[in-house]
Design a protein around this ligand. Structure first.
Ligand SMILES: Cc1ncc(COP(=O)(O)O)c(C=O)c1O
Length: 623
């Protein structure tokens, strides 16, 4: 089955958009615009291919930097890259053990581990799946000089976790070397996605930690992390490293960027896990045989290959793509659908998936309980009373709120100014809300931090409002709610004789006015609302941004004064968020924007309660 689009939560198959439910792109980074940009930047700077093996001329600074970053991520001294996870396993096992040695391998280990064991020439002892007692029996009865225990941490086809603590203790007790494969745990488990070893507080006690760049890190390649001595040994002896052309720069650049993002945006791993848990519970409620997942892999057991293929075919008819996994990939009699979740799946995707499974089983959509309530977000043009008042934070919070509620959200930034100094508001919104790359439209990127018409003139760029409107129409057609984030205030010129308000009017979008909480805001807000209304633009309300926890008298009285002077309602209040920095893509790790916006915007903010609480505060303020 060929896919004709990128690895996003929805993909195109045979011209139809279907939900992708089987990708290992757990964090949604394979199609992330920042990761794509890193791949193309690496291609432009370092070339498409690496030209030779690492020991000849294939080592670039890029490879070494990623190796350092991966080692740090896994709390190890060093790491080494391979062209794939498959080669990392095969090359490492065949280097660590050979004839006369014994390798102990879980019966459900990945094929690349099995092939590495075979290639090594060591005697093989296959222990029962995740059975530490069986492993101990094997270790106790072996007197080989060198013994290696190897296991997946999260099992690729079963989604469960190896009993790591017990395995580590056994290896220490029986003086065996331990190698773990973190392919499905990296990015998804552990603090900042460091993996299952970190999640079990076993860092430093597992000498050989293998992982892939092809799953959570959205790229291609594999790696092993461990001591400097181990990595030096592999660098010089692992044939899958020595005799293989070095990983291609675009793959390395993309993985490096994805690693940074996965660490900073640790909500991605948490979200993928949370969705997997909800999905497996929903499937069990529908009568399917789905285990509680340890990470983002949920096996739905079927049994016979023909039945699994039929289930997969019928799900595809319902718009869900998840192929059947059959022997020899899994043991006979255990054909299944290997369902996986991605951080970028929305709640709506989850509800649609459960509906599809339910329809296939019982001819009915999933019970209403399985379908999450959908608030009613609407498209808005986010403007501000001034520059720097928090438009981008508000747009990002709304995008995140709406996409969490299951809407496919589009973002348009008609003009991004200040690009030379690194300004990239769309990137901030995307990093907070995780939108599809194709749903982000930046009309013009202009170097100077000036009004767009001025910045464009300096660069001899002609801003064409009708082209922007056409792109906006197309964006609205493929999404369910669109946020347009203007540049500067409403009367700032986008092109000569055409201001932001003109764009909002021509796009027939209501404006949401972002205002500051302190002195000066009443007049600015009233003028902005007036400018909109004089053009017949609907005003969706005023959002006060950066509202202090402990408001002074001005902040406590301004909201009701704003309403009185502008005739627009306070539609939301975003609190002061410590450490938010739009330019550095910083925002609090766990934000829940629901309480910041009123019900019309999809949140739970209670305007009356807010105004009343300020009134009480004002009455008790010291005279
Ligand atoms: C557990 C496990 N190890 C290793 C690999 C191989 O990784 P790659 O696909 O990067 O070659 C995979 C993926 O298929 C896997 O599931």
């Amino acid at each position: 089955m060929a896919i004709s689009s990128a690895q996003e939560p929805e993909v195109t198959i045979d011209g139809r958009r279907v939900i992708l439910l089987c990708s290992n792109n757990y964090l949604g980074l394979a199609a992330d615009p920042r990761v794509r940009a890193a791949a193309s930047e690496a291609a432009l700077r370092w070339g498409a291919g690496s030209g030779a093996s690492r020991l000849v001329s294939g080592t670039t600074d890029l490879h070494l930097e990623l190796e350092r970053a991966l080692a740090a991520h896994k709390s190890c001294e060093a790491s080494i890259l391979f062209s794939s996870g498959y080669l990392a396993n095969v090359g490492t096992i065949a280097t660590l053990v050979g004839s006369g040695d014994v390798v102990f391998s879980d019966e459900l280990n990945h094929a690349s581990i099995i092939d590495g064991c075979r290639l090594s020439g060591a005697a093989r002892v296959v222990y029962r799946h995740a059975d530490a007692a069986d492993l101990e029996r094997g270790l106790a009865s072996s007197n080989a000089r060198r013994r290696l225990v190897v296991t997946d941490t999260v099992f690729s086809m079963d989604g469960d976790l190896a009993p790591l603590q017990q395995i580590v203790e056994l290896c220490e007790r029986y003086d065996a070397m331990l190698m773990v494969d973190e392919a499905h745990a990296t990015g998804v488990l552990g603090s900042r996605g460091a993996g299952a070893v970190a999640a079990s507080a076993l860092a430093g006690r597992v000498p050989v930690v293998m992982g892939t760049l092809s799953k959570s890190l959205g790229s291609a390649g594999g790696f092993v992390a461990g001591s400097v001595d181990l990595i030096e040994l592999l660098r010089n002896r692992a044939r899958a490293h020595v005799f293989d052309t070095a990983p291609a720069p675009p793959a390395v650049g993309a993985a490096a960027r994805a690693l940074e993002i996965s660490i900073r945006e640790s909500w991605r791993g948490e979200r993928a896990r949370e969705l997997a848990g909800r999905l497996s519970r929903g499937l069990r409620d529908l009568g399917y045989d789905a285990c509680e997942p340890a990470a983002a892999v949920v096996p739905v057991m079927v049994g016979e290959p023909g039945e699994a293929v039929e289930l997969s075919r019928r799900l595809l008819e319902q718009g869900v793509f998840v192929p059947a996994i059959r022997p020899p990939s899994v043991p006979p009699g255990t054909a299944r659908l290997r369902v996986t979740t991605m951080a970028t799946h929305t709640d709506d995707h989850l509800a649609r998936v459960l509906d599809a499974f339910s329809l296939v089983r019982s001819g009915r959509p999933a019970r209403p309980a399985a379908v999450l309530p959908r608030p009613a977000p609407r498209s808005v043009f986010v403007t501000g009373t001034d520059t720097g008042v928090g438009k981008t934070v508000v747009a990002a919070a709304l995008a995140s709120l709406w996409s969490r509620a299951g809407r496919r959200v589009g973002l348009m930034k008609p003009a991004q100014t200040g690009v030379r100094a690194g300004a990239d508001d769309a990137r901030f919104v995307v990093s907070l809300a995780g939108l599809n790359a194709e749903d982000i439209v930046v009309g013009y990127e202009l170097d100077e931090a000036l009004a767009p018409s001025v910045a464009a003139r300096l660069e001899s760029v002609e801003v064409d409002p009708s082209a922007l409107l056409a792109r906006l129409t197309a964006l609205r057609a493929r999404t369910e709610a669109v946020l347009v984030e203007g540049a500067g205030g409403l009367l700032v010129q986008l092109a000569e004789g055409y201001c932001m308000a003109d764009l909002a009017r021509d796009a027939r979008l209501p404006v949401l006015v972002v205002a500051r909480p302190g002195l000066g805001t009443i007049n600015h807000t009233a003028l902005t609302v007036q400018a909109a209304r004089s053009r017949d633009i609907e005003v969706a309300g005023v959002v006060i941004c950066d509202f202090p926890d402990d408001p002074g008298l001005a902040e406590a009285t301004n909201p009701s004064e704003i309403e009185a002077a502008s005739g627009a309602e306070i539609a939301g209040v975003v609190p002061h968020l410590e450490g938010v920095d739009v330019d550095r893509l910083r925002f609090p790790a766990a934000i829940d924007p629901r309480p910041w916006f009123g019900p019309a915007l999809g949140g739970t903010f209670d305007r009356e309660l807010f105004l009343r609480s300020l009134e009480i505060r004002r009455m008790h303020a010291p005279a």
